[in-house]
Design a protein around this ligand. Structure first.
Ligand SMILES: Nc1ncnc2c1ncn2[C@@H]1O[C@H](COP(=O)(O)OP(=O)(O)OP(=O)(O)O)[C@@H](O)[C@H]1O
Ligand SMILES: [Mg+2]
Length: 159
């Protein structure tokens, strides 16, 4: 696990952009954290870093948005997914094949998700604009990248 700290939104976007440089088609990031933690802003930085020019907005009401940068980025929000049956309606296996997938509130539907994933847990820090970001690599595909991941987020690592 890697514990990072960002001091404002731009740092969260930059950290997400650094992680985005490590991903490819089939990768999954599960974004965990309370309302207003910064999951959508993280996704904005991530998508921008992969060449998405259009604004990235919260998929809370649409459940899933699809962006095309230098790879496809699927952005989902499971906040309103009440049952795992609904999670199956999101057609996650198909989305995963299509590009890289980020799921806000993904912890609500973990049983519907594959074991290979990066968990990004965002919590509030001491100051209003501070966030703690805990990265947990799950499964071989992410643990094999843990060296690259820790180098990428080096500027924000909490010693
Ligand atoms: N360091 C920071 N990183 C990210 N967001 C921050 C930070 N500091 C302050 N903020 C603010 O926190 C809020 C994060 O909102 P955002 O929509 O990204 O949260 P969210 O986790 O997606 O919430 P929701 O569960 O409602 O979708 C924004 O208002 C943003 O300006
Ligand atoms: Mg959000």
């Amino acid at each position: 696990m890697l514990l990072c700290r960002t001091r404002d939104v731009d740092q969260t976007r930059a950290l997400a952009g650094a992680i985005a440089a490590l991903v490819g088609v089939g990768d999954l990031l599960v974004l965990v954290g309370d309302l207003g933690a910064g999951k959508t802003h993280f996704t904005q930085g991530f998508a921008r870093a992969r060449g998405v020019a259009e604004p990235v907005t919260s998929p809370t009401f649409t459940l899933a948005n699809r962006y095309v940068g230098d790879l496809v980025i699927n952005h989902l929000d499971a906040y309103r997914v009440e049952e795992l049956g609904e999670a199956e309606d999101l057609a996650i296996p198909e989305l995963l094949e299509d590009g890289v997938t980020l799921i806000e509130w993904g912890d609500r539907i973990l049983p519907a998700l594959p074991g290979d994933r990066l968990e990004v847990k965002i919590t509030l820090g001491d100051d209003d604009d501070e966030r703690q970001i805990l990265l947990s690599s799950m499964g071989r595909s992410w643990t094999s990248r843990s060296g690259a991941l820790s180098a990428a987020v080096g500027p924000w690592l909490v010693a």
